[in-house]
Design a protein around this ligand. Structure first.
Ligand code: ATP
Ligand code: MG
Length: 420
């Protein structure tokens, strides 16, 4: 071990486990890549102000969880705690919304940072795959995103997740609801911080996980009873479209999310095998965000799915991903001449797209064969002086144990044929 350890609340992805993370990222993004979403990558840090305005001054993310720093030049930066504000900032900066092709559909994948109390499923560095559809108000777009996330989870073999759905209303109907909720909250027996929250962002009190708070919230006014006609119709259309697509969901009238920018459609994906860190992903519509960060009105919708928790959910369900073998052919040379020949063959195999590896370090046959087994290769190619004198190499099928001599000139074609 070195003198250093990974910082608190972080962990390293190392083989063979890391392959599952790659597969999860791939599976989550596959439905997006297949649905008109283009890949976007933004910096790992942004101006603090972008998140303060875009995520919300009163959110836990901004008040407690952000890693901020002052550069030598005096700029206030923050490691990104989430993706939406950055993606929207980048789209606006590149004028993607002016190209006359709305919505702008983007997907991303990367590292996010939040200074949280580390526990299982909650880390200070974690990874998300996300999608944003910018510049269109259309219930079919909200439905598309929910359907694609559902498809992503199902393609991984996850079954025990639930989709919670709610509408947070819009600037027409939310203010009146907000006031009604505030009135209700003021009458409760809440601690100081929660009372303060009730004044700044009362909807978020609904999201309080503490049992004593939840007990008091039983009779709270619900947004569904305060939605304006337009929001009601919009929400009904989203529900119908996802139902028609066969997506099973639950209406959750108390679902709000930790970020301030959500309007109308709001959803969360939860997995019941994860204990208290049960949210594997979430998202919703954020019609006002663009204006909040200085852009034009651009109604938009998006989601972010957590890769770390998705991997934990797969473990909780005992799902084994069907991961492709990393190595199909392992080459074991015995002697200098064989070393040159097999090294060239391995290069050739790789060029034709066969995953191949080589026994480095001049190992003896016994330990070389151990490496071959460990590599998971389906075939091993062994060659020694005597083989080369006869113009052959030994091709060993690692499943059946059967070994055959194959001409040096035919080995590539033979392996291509056997590996199909
Ligand atoms: P939670 O309620 O669990 O704090 P959140 O509402 O803060 O989640 P979002 O901002 O919606 O989470 O992020 C989307 C997804 O990213 C979450 O559903 C989760 O899978 C993942 N995620 C968020 N924070 C963390 C974290 N600290 N560690 C690991 N994954 C995280
Ligand atoms: Mg959180």
């Amino acid at each position: 071990m070195s003198t250093f350890k990974a910082p608190k609340g972080t962990y390293d992805l190392i083989p063979p486990n890391s392959a599952r993370f790659l597969a999860v990222r791939d599976a989550i993004s596959a439905p997006l890549r297949n649905s008109g979403y283009g890949y976007i990558e933004t910096p790992g840090f942004e101006s603090v102000e972008l998140f303060a305005r875009g995520v919300g001054e009163s959110t836990d993310i901004v008040t407690k969880e952000m890693y901020t720093l002052t550069t030598k030049g005096g700029s206030e930066l923050a490691l990104r705690p989430e993706g939406t504000a950055s993606v929207l900032r980048a789209a606006l900066e590149a004028n993607l919304h002016k190209a006359g092709n709305l919505p702008v559909k983007l997907w991303y994948s990367g590292s996010y940072y939040r200074y949280e109390r580390p526990q299982k499923g909650r880390y200070r560095h974690f990874s998300q795959v996300g999608a944003e559809a910018i510049g269109a108000e259309d219930p079919a777009l909200d439905a598309e995103l929910i359907i694609l996330a559902d498809q992503a989870y199902r393609s991984l073999g996850l079954r025990n997740f639930r989709i919670l759905l709610n509408s947070l209303g819009d600037k027409e109907c939310r203010p009146a609801y907000r006031a009604a909720l505030q009135d209700f909250l003021r009458g409760l027996d809440l601690d100081e911080e929660t009372l303060r929250r009730a004044e700044i962002n009362p909807l978020r009190v609904l999201d309080d996980k503490r049992a004593d708070v939840q007990k008091q919230l039983v009779g709270a006014p619900l947004l569904e009873d305060h939605l304006c006609e337009a929001c009601k119709a919009y929400h009904e259309e989203v529900r119908e479209l996802i139902t028609a697509a066969g997506v099973v969901f639950e209406d959750d009238p108390k679902l709000v999310r930790g970020l301030d920018y959500y309007t109308r459609t709001t959803f969360e994906f939860v997995h019941d095998g994860l204990g208290s860190q049960s949210a594997v992903g979430g998202g919703g519509r954020y019609d006002g965000l663009s204006e909040m960060i200085g852009g034009p009105a651009l109604p938009s919708v998006g989601w972010a799915l957590g890769v770390d928790r998705t991997v934990l959910a797969l473990e909780a369900e005992g799902v084994e991903l069907d991961l492709p073998a990393t190595t199909s052919v392992f080459a074991v040379p015995m002697g200098e001449e064989a070393r040159r020949l097999l090294f060239a063959k391995v290069t050739e195999l790789r060029k034709v797209g066969i995953a191949a590896d080589f026994c480095y370090g001049g190992k003896g046959l016994k330990s070389a064969m151990k490496s071959a087994h460990r590599s998971g290769a389906r075939f091993t190619v062994v060659a020694g002086e005597r083989d080369l004198a006869e113009g052959v190499v030994q091709l060993k099928d690692m499943e059946s144990g059967e070994q055959t001599a194959v001409g040096v000139g035919e080995i590539i074609a033979e392996l291509e044929a056997r590996l199909g």
